[in-house]
Design a protein around this ligand. Structure first.
Ligand SMILES: *[C@@H]1O[C@H](CO)[C@@H](O)[C@H](O)[C@H]1NC(C)=O
Ligand SMILES: *[C@@H]1O[C@H](CO)[C@@H](O)[C@H](O)[C@H]1NC(C)=O
Ligand SMILES: *[C@@H]1O[C@H](CO)[C@@H](O)[C@H](O)[C@H]1NC(C)=O
Ligand SMILES: *[C@@H]1O[C@H](CO)[C@@H](O)[C@H](O)[C@H]1NC(C)=O
Ligand SMILES: *[C@@H]1O[C@H](CO)[C@@H](O)[C@H](O)[C@H]1NC(C)=O
Ligand SMILES: *[C@@H]1O[C@H](CO)[C@@H](O)[C@H](O)[C@H]1NC(C)=O
Ligand SMILES: *[C@@H]1O[C@H](CO)[C@@H](O)[C@H](O)[C@H]1NC(C)=O
Ligand SMILES: *[C@@H]1O[C@H](CO)[C@@H](O)[C@H](O)[C@H]1NC(C)=O
Ligand SMILES: *[C@@H]1O[C@H](CO)[C@@H](O)[C@H](O)[C@H]1NC(C)=O
Ligand SMILES: *[C@@H]1O[C@H](CO)[C@@H](O)[C@H](O)[C@H]1NC(C)=O
Ligand SMILES: *[C@@H]1O[C@H](CO)[C@@H](O)[C@H](O)[C@H]1NC(C)=O
Ligand SMILES: *[C@@H]1O[C@H](CO)[C@@H](O)[C@H](O)[C@H]1NC(C)=O
Length: 730
């Protein structure tokens, strides 16, 4: 038998891949028969007093606790003697540990990645420093906004190590490709043919969803853009091609099917999203008492006493009243697109829309243009009710009728999990039923003028726990009383433990480890305090970013020096194991080694530390790859006039030219996505007809680029620009 030549094999493989789905897999499946909710309920309602974990979450945690964690602890701490303990004496009593990764866009995803690499036993330098191993003993892992992108990427890619995940492994992992801008991957000219193919594919996805009768919004194209980077399947080669679904059809509820989950190899994942009460049109932060939701692979809902209910994630997208679907075939599956879950957690648009300027504040001009361009086109075909939030059919209508803010609504308005200022997803970790002992807060919030965190997130969560969540959640341990004190004590600029010395047993609060994004311990210039809405990173910047975070996280600090602390890894072990002492009878004394360590790293409210112990820290951002930025900027300057600020006539000519080239190219290269300019607004599907017979098509897209368009009103009609005719036969 003859062997097929390699290129032919590649073609066959591509054809196979093409058959395995396309971007319209983003559409949920509607009209499904519903379970009999009398016997198989779709929601569970509880109270703060009767709260309980979903039985499958409990089974996962228990299995991991018995079959995986004992070995992971032994692998990390050995027999315990190096930190003054006998590990076997703690068998069956290990602390329950969780990790929460903050929001902050690409900065947060990368900061989280750098920290994860530094606590991962699979990383040799982390292992050597003694910090590598914390990841392996964790039971929960939460992400919010940019942190949710890291989380989704880790879990939908079977929990690989960070190098493989971020840079790709040349095999089944394609890397994050952060140098391809999130909202304008082929450069700032949004009418460029590759960008046009990209937007075309995104619109096809979103329109396919909208045509199922589910309201979309700007969160949907955002979700699709995120998927190109953080989900499996998109390479540099196929970025603009239609031989992969680009992450469409990967479901959050399918995480339990992955090999790592089936072997309990990873902590249980959770995402957090906030809500804006329907009718509250606020365009900045949301009220602290507004419902906070969580998304697990099993459930969606809230532990807030005002709601206290969860629904089955597989059926999310189904509208339920009193837990009952509209009729026996009104059920929905596939709304839980992994990209949409991450997009919802990162849906910050209500805080950035600038109605006056028709722009997204704080976004780069071309990112804003790209997003609004797609939104404008999308809303010609499908409905929205609120274009600046994530629209979720409400599964909790009529639930907790006297306390739940959206009990009368048929849709929920979900927004970025950081918009109530709790930018670290800590809430789920304090839920009483989860019984957490040790909580790691990974924080790269933008709080100070130099884009460092000042623990606003911790202060806010402590406040929410002590007011709104007193009955349902554990309390925060003592922390500095405000952000000023965080800054003056230096507790926002190096690793710090909170709550080391409880006054009762069981302890009145969990122990919290704060790992804030901070200037390099060695006094070198920082490159990790990048803007939140910087949506492209050169490879070099990403490498230096991750290495700085990794180096800082394995270093700890030595007061009044710029040295790494050789004991930090063991001190981290001391903190992580500490709560086990309270579970033995009698309580085990803290070892001498750990007592010394924790004196240095624990926050003592009676005897607070000082920022002066952290000398020579450089606060100002340093760009290690200025050429990378300069290149983009000079391109931007060259193109800005003619394309973004130029006349409509110029744009019309451009669209015409591009349409012409695309028309020619599409005939040859079927695998390329249709450009937006080649889409007719009432045509979701019929490309052939389009290419063969279309002479007059709206140039609405060009019009929008030239004129901008409104964002902020809730009516889709606000976006339909005036249609004009293109010259015949471009
Ligand atoms: C649902 O289950 C209940 C309890 O078994 C039964 O009484 C009811 O008839 C079922 N409903 C339907 C529509 O099958
Ligand atoms: C482990 O998980 C299985 C289901 O996957 C469950 O039946 C079993 O009870 C769990 N074991 C423990 C100890 O929870
Ligand atoms: C450690 O604890 C185990 C179990 O309590 C005990 O059998 C063992 O002798 C202890 N080892 C040392 C060195 O104390
Ligand atoms: C990525 O997707 C490909 C094709 O669907 C699959 O073969 C591969 O196992 C996936 N990789 C991971 C890490 O999930
Ligand atoms: C919110 O916006 C909607 C739609 O524009 C409007 O009907 C409603 O009155 C607004 N609510 C408030 C409180 O401003
Ligand atoms: C937030 O928005 C409301 C109106 O939506 C406005 O009244 C308030 O001043 C804004 N707050 C801040 C801090 O911008
Ligand atoms: C969701 O509902 C389906 C159908 O009743 C059921 O098989 C599945 O176990 C449920 N999942 C969860 C997480 O409750
Ligand atoms: C069932 O409910 C769905 C969603 O509300 C609706 O679209 C559909 O028309 C209803 N079907 C019947 C038979 O009433
Ligand atoms: C939230 O607080 C506002 C006042 O700040 C109050 O009007 C509203 O009723 C509260 N909502 C809930 C659900 O408690
Ligand atoms: C802390 O951050 C908040 C924003 O989250 C800012 O308003 C405040 O001024 C900052 N305070 C200090 C002391 O840095
Ligand atoms: C460990 O982390 C360092 C720093 O980011 C990185 O250079 C190295 O490649 C990592 N090793 C592995 C096996 O991931
Ligand atoms: C990280 O630490 C390694 C080992 O000390 C060093 O070689 C490297 O230059 C550091 N990287 C950065 C970006 O600081």
């Amino acid at each position: 038998m003859r062997f097929l030549p390699l290129p032919l094999l590649a073609l066959i493989a591509a054809a196979y891949a093409q058959n395995s789905g396309d971007v319209t897999d983003y559409a949920p499946t509607t009209g499904l028969p519903c379970p009999n909710v009398t016997t198989d309920p779709l929601i569970r309602v509880f109270t703060p007093q009767t709260q309980a974990l979903h039985p499958e979450e409990l089974a996962y945690i228990n299995n991991r606790t018995t079959s995986v964690l004992p070995n992971a602890w032994a692998d990390w701490l050995g027999d315990g003697s190096a930190i003054g303990y006998n590990l076997s004496a703690f068998a069956g009593k290990f602390p329950k540990i969780s990790i929460s990764v903050s929001g902050g866009g690409y900065r947060a995803a990368q900061y989280g990645a750098g920290v994860v690499s530094a606590i991962d036993a699979r990383n040799e330098s982390a292992k050597a420093a003694g910090t590598g191993g914390l990841l392996q003993v964790a039971s929960y892992f939460a992400g919010l906004s940019g942190g949710s992108w890291l989380t989704g990427s880790l879990y939908l890619n079977n929990w690989p190590n960070i190098s493989d995940l971020v840079y790709g492994n040349g095999n089944d992992l394609t890397g994050w490709k952060l140098d391809l801008d999130l909202a304008a991957p082929n450069g700032i000219n949004i009418l460029d043919d590759d960008n046009q193919a990209f937007y075309g594919a995104i619109i096809e996805s979103v329109v396919a969803k909208g045509k199922k009768g589910i309201d979309t919004s700007i969160t949907d194209p955002w979700a699709r853009m995120i998927s190109y980077h953080f989900l499996n399947g998109t390479t540099r080669q196929n970025f603009y091609q239609n031989n992969t679904p680009h992450g469409a059809g990967q479901y959050w509820s399918h995480i339990p099917l992955t090999p790592m989950y089936q072997q309990f190899l990873a902590p249980f994942p959770i995402l957090v999203a906030d809500s804006r009460r329907v009718g509250d049109n606020s365009t900045n932060t949301t009220a602290l008492n507004s419902t906070v939701f969580e998304i697990t692979p099993l459930e969606f809902g809230s532990w807030d006493p005002s709601l206290s209910a969860m629904t089955n994630l597989t059926y999310i997208g189904t509208h339920l009243t009193n837990g009952v679907p509209d009729n026996s075939t009104a059920c929905v599956n596939g709304f839980d697109q992994a990209g949409y879950m991450m997009g919802t957690s990162a849906s910050l648009f209500n805080a950035f829309v600038d109605t006056a300027e028709n722009a997204l504040d704080n976004f780069d001009n071309f990112d804003s243009q790209g997003l609004l361009y797609v939104l404008g086109r999308q809303l010609q075909d499908v409905d929205t009710r609120a274009d600046d939030v994530a629209n979720w059919p409400n599964p909790f209508q009529n639930i907790s009728a006297s306390t739940f803010q959206d009990t009368n609504q048929d849709y929920l308005q979900l927004i970025d999990g950081g918009l109530n200022l709790e930018n670290v997803p800590l809430g789920p970790m304090f839920v009483k039923a989860r019984g957490m002992d040790f909580i790691v807060a990974v924080d790269s919030s933008f709080d100070t003028t130099d884009t460092w965190p000042n623990a606003t997130a911790l202060v806010t969560t402590a406040q929410r726990l002590s007011t709104i969540l007193q009955s349902s959640h554990q309390q925060f341990p003592p922390i500095p009383s405000n952000q000023d004190q965080f800054v003056s004590t230096g507790a926002n600029a190096r690793p710090t433990f909170f709550g080391c010395d409880p006054t009762q047993n069981p302890p009145e609060w969990p122990l919290v480890l704060y790992l804030p994004n901070a200037p390099p311990f060695d006094g070198s210039q920082p490159s990790t305090n990048t803007p939140t809405l910087k949506l492209d990173y050169t490879l070099k910047l990403t490498e230096i970013f991750l290495d700085q975070v990794h180096n800082n996280t394995i270093a700890g600090f030595v007061p009044n020096t710029n040295n790494a602390d050789p004991n930090w890894g063991k001190c981290l072990q001391c903190g992580a194991i500490d709560r086990a002492r309270y579970k033995t009878t009698p309580v085990t004394n803290r070892s001498d080694f750990c007592t010394t360590c924790l004196k240095q790293y624990c926050f003592d409210p009676q005897n607070p530390p000082s920022v002066s112990e952290l000398p020579n820290r450089v606060l100002t951002f340093h760009d290690p790859d200025p050429q990378g930025v300069a290149k983009v900027e000079s391109f931007f300057k060259r193109q800005e006039g003619p394309i973004l600020g130029g006349s409509i006539a110029g744009a019309v000519v451009l669209v015409a030219l591009i349409a012409f080239f695309l028309w020619r190219r599409n005939r040859k290269m079927k695998a390329r996505y249709r450009a937006v300019a080649a889409m007719h607004h009432d045509d979701g599907e019929n490309l052939q007809m389009q290419q063969a017979g279309m002479h007059s098509r709206g140039i609405t897209d060009a019009t929008m680029v030239g004129q901008g368009h409104g964002l902020g009103a809730s009516e889709s009609t606000a976006y339909v620009p005036e249609a004009q005719e293109l010259p015949k036969e471009v």
